[in-house]
Design a binder for this molecule. Sequence first.
Ligand code: NDP
Length: 439
Amino acid sequence: QKSSPGQPEFYQAVEEVLESLEPLFAKEKQYLEHNIIERIIEPERQIMFRVAWIDDQGKVQVNKGYRIEFNSAIGPYKGGLRFHPSVSSGIIKFLGFEQIFKNSLTGLAIGGGKGGSDFDPKGKSNNEIMRFCQSFMNELYRHIGPTTDVPAGDIGVGAREIGYMFGQYKRLTGRYEGVFTGKKIPWGGSLARTEATGYGTVYFAQNMLTTSGQALEGKTCVVSGAGNVAIYTIEKLYQNCALPVTCSDSRGFIYHKSGINLETLKQLKETESACLSKYAEIHTDAVYTPVSSYPAGRNAVWSVPCELAFPCATQNELNQADARELLKNGCILVAEGANMPSTPEAVEEFLNAKIMYAPGKAANAGGVATSQLEMAQNASMIQWSFDEVDVRLKTIMKNIYVTASETANEFGQPHNLVLGANIAGFRKVADAMIDQGVV
Ligand code: NDP
């Protein structure tokens, strides 16, 4: 930790991965001989830059920009851009590190990367967002390309922001190419990319349930978040006759016992960018609880009784006390749509209780997998139908589940998908690094 202080999320992610790799290192010596651990935790390249832009009052504002190109052993760097005031070099580093193993698990040829800015899109006008994105791209464009590094969206970055950045890239380079994924359909996007992370998370849960002889139908589900991942998790749960009863944002959460109204949620979050309190004004049988009323040290959304839980907001949003509450209320499955939403202590609770637990790097890999399908469509200049992409997504999620659980079995811990996902993801990248020599 001495060489990079102040990056707690990065150390948390590294610790989790290295701990679960111990059985692999005990069995297969080549990884230690080639010093893969020290090599894999060091990013190949980190770019930090100034993003100066002019607000609507004519004042110059300055934010920090980041892109981390973590590992390219199995393909070009791939990973989203996050715009959120909490973004720091440690957050981007943890996300980039996780991305290496997630991308490897998809079975596709994509390396790990991530980026973003501490810019807060909340309350900004369209023009301010555009000027910020253009300024961000004025530096980033020289580091990315369709066969080198292909960014996408994440928290605070959706199709609008991708559009502004793609437009500026095109203007600076004079090239129309698949340098971003998450684009809108008329200018190179893939059908089903918007839905892919949420849908994929539910497909993953479905695979776990089927193995244990159960189904989604009739199950009460607690979902956190109200953004891209949460919305399409809720949509797919409804399509499978499950009942999602909650959603949340950074200001509070909604409990709607008869089921979250998806149309209202989409209208509030995708069109109006409104606060969730407005949901309870529209649906008077729903209850809105603001963060200020949460019990100390708790995220109150996890107190709602459920059989299935889908954390889809952000990192460390579910701690040990939350996990205990979920277990006490009879939760049998947790599938993570967000990246690292459960703290290490919460994960331990789930593993000790032997419930079905899917870590984010396996359960939410459907988004990046579909991004790779978008790259494939761009490269071949064709567009697949929604169903074609969705069928491929389903197959990829099934393969990830099978790979993670077979690997967990191989190491004698059939329940432990954290171990299974980490070992399977790591092995492919580490083998490629050995094949490619010391670079
Ligand atoms: P969005 O920006 O669309 O939505 C994020 C949601 O989480 C919003 O409801 C937001 O509330 C809430 N949120 C964000 N930060 C916090 C916080 N600090 N405390 C409480 N709530 C918070 O992002 P996505 O849905 O795209 O991403 C959600 C998670 O899924 C992230 O962890 C992301 O890395 C992960 N992910 C996303 C993928 C994708 O394809 N989009 C792919 C794989 C993983 P508010 O609106 O109030 O800020």
